[in-house]
Ligand binder design. Sequence first.
Ligand SMILES: [Zn+2]
Length: 140
Amino acid sequence: MRYKKRRHAAVNKNEQKVLRRGREAQGGSPLGEIYPGVSRLTLKLRFLSQRQEVVSEQTRDYGPADAVDFSCACPGSCGVGKFDLTEMIQTRIAAHEPSAEVNMPCKAESFGSPAPCGYSLQCGIEVRYSIPDPAAPFSA
Ligand SMILES: [Zn+2]
């Protein structure tokens, strides 16, 4: 895509935009673009049933170049529930926390019944920062 370059700059904004658009089509922006101060992000997902039994486990490990996806489908009886970790992660990273543990219930209803799904997601978040302090007075 070099021929699209209009200006010579260390970081060309247009090129970034083109890159981002391409990645979004595939499902997400790279970690380094969303959180430039993060060198590694690890999510340990554990889905729990109504009886607090572990239904499935998943580990997601992201480097700066990896496209991230902070949402996951609920494996419960709802069939439609989605857990969105975007805000949780955003908050933790803004606070520069190295690790956190969050727990969120599925908000959807069970399939064919008004009862709540009952499944929940337990997520361990581990963040490695490439800069010692964010020092970003204008962020968010
Ligand atoms: Zn559910």
